[in-house]
Design a protein around this ligand. Sequence first.
Ligand code: ZN
Length: 506
Amino acid sequence: MNALGQTKRNELIGRWQEIYDLAGIAALSSWDQTTYMPPGGGPVRARQIALLERLAHERRTDSAIGRLLDDLEPYAESLPADHDDVSMVRVMRKLYERAARIPTDFAAEFAEHTANTYMVWAAARPRNDFAAVRPGLQKTLEMSRQMAEFFPGHAHIADPLIDVADEGMTVATIRPLFEELRQALAPLVATIAQRPPVENDFLYRHYPKAQQIEFGEQIIRAFGYDFKRGRQDETHHPYMTKFAHDDVRITTRIDEQDLGNALFSTMHESGHALYELGIDAAYASTPLDTGASAGVHESQSRLWENIVGRSRRFWQHYYPALRAQFPAQLADVEWDAFYHAVNRVAPSLIRTEADEVTYNLHVIIRFGLELDLLEGKLTVDELPEAWHARYVENLGLRAPDDRDGVLQDVHWYGGPIGGSFQGYTLGNIMASQFYATALASHPTIEAEIGQGRFDTLHTWLRENIYRHGSKYTAQELLARVTGKPLTIEPYLAYLRTKYSDIYGPL
Ligand code: ZN
């Protein structure tokens, strides 16, 4: 059976490779669309992306894959549970069965629709023009609901959409977790608001673009991002993308009047890239050659951005280099003032620039809005005002316009409504669990960060998390690495310790 099993396994992987390559070409087309493509290319690019999605979807749902998977069951059962091929068959079956429920025409239409909506959004956001995206968003909502309905038997309409990003998570598991977190964070935010504010005006001086890019790239090189297997370009809304096992790119946006914006987004996206680049080379072009879930992915971007990149020891080491890069702008700023400034806690309007304490409130707002839209409790017309109302309720702030309100994040304009945001907060929680485990086995990690050395941490992450790709589900990985299920305690302990140091006992 094993020889036959391996033949069939190779046939399955061969079929998968075409799907993987089509997805890589589609990602390349989207990357170009969001970086260098002139606006004139938009409509045909959307059609091209739809064609690639159609071709990939036809291959994903080919009944020959179903037959191969059936044939492979006895082979998979003959292997130890931890064997790579067992995971390969499990992941392929999940992807095949999920894809098979979605008609090819629908998949292609949705890809074209979201590519077009993205272009409308990119032009509409600077103009604060919600009316321009409203029809597209309405169609996205309808198609997202349809997509969920292809999976009957769900307890909540968002569950099938959440499952695509964070397999195994549901509204029923996420809602109480987020509520517990919200109740723990609210008093922290309130207490910090009573403390003397941290000064951060100097972050908003003029910081020329070229030097910002140079400094950010210096840092991510030190993290271990390999420019022979990646590159960084500018876009509207930063992201990481993968065309192949050895071509994992990141994007950023530069604001010359805001030093923190690109700096921390570059660290963030590099964390996503380190994960993908660290997957075992033996998994290249297979279904395992991708991260375990949106939440685990976000745990890595947030770990590098915040736990490392906003830490005291990190800036003790890197501040002299930053000051050398911007001598005039930072002449009157000492390192600890800078460290405090990049950790200033204050309710704000923009999720991607939010501090670690208030960040999850931005996510919880969006998660709640997605559920209400999908449930039909909220219409697209009511969405801009609902956005403002929830910001007032949760953060005590109201954006002056839709640009920094409902138009702020790309997600609903470039993908489905549902499943897009929970991963951010799940990632914050997991990041602390993983990091506490890494520290327990390698207590020198913190001192090394203070010397600008990240190899012990990076190696630990690669050995325990990255190299496995999607061999384990997020829940399996968390249990395997930390010995515990998802729990918010390490995250709350991390926040309390760090921010007590900055703001006084919390
Ligand atoms: Zn991210």
